[in-house]
Design a protein around this ligand. Structure first.
Ligand code: AMP
Length: 118
């Protein structure tokens, strides 16, 4: 069983932000912003590639609720999902990073030159 499935099953502790029958949101253990929450479906999908459209629709509504619960819906935030090896995905259970609570920088993209990747 993957680490996030274990978190859903409460076999590994986590700090809950919002939960319903289908989705779970909890604080990232290694936050990269004042607010850094992970939103996941309780069903195991490897990545964004695998989530059906109807589930993604409900996931979007759930993430809006998470942003509201964190008090960042008005100030702004960023949603990121890393997908596969090139995307930098480390945990093989679809998750969305919800980041906010401060003016976010654009990371390495700020000065990235596509030529650097070839
Ligand atoms: P990714 O690189 O997109 O796969 O992100 C995985 C994220 O999961 C990282 O930001 C980790 O800090 C986070 N993470 C890993 N294990 C845990 C855990 N037990 N509780 C909370 N967050 C975790």
């Amino acid at each position: 069983m993957c680490i996030f499935c274990k978190i859903i099953n409460k076999e590994i502790p986590s700090n809950t932000v919002v939960e319903n029958d289908e989705f779970y949101a909890f604080h990232d253990i290694n936050p990269k912003a004042p607010v850094h929450v992970l939103a996941i479906p309780k069903t195991h999908y490897q990545s964004f590639n695998d989530i059906p459209g109807d589930v993604m629709g409900r996931m979007s509504t759930f993430m809006q609720e998470v942003a509201k619960a964190c008090g960042i819906d008005e100030s702004g935030y960023r949603i990121i999902s890393n997908i596969g090896e090139n995307g930098g995905q480390e945990v093989g259970h679809l998750h969305f990073h919800i980041l906010g609570g401060a003016k976010l920088k654009w990371g390495h993209f700020a000065d990235a030159d596509p030529k650097d990747f070839f």
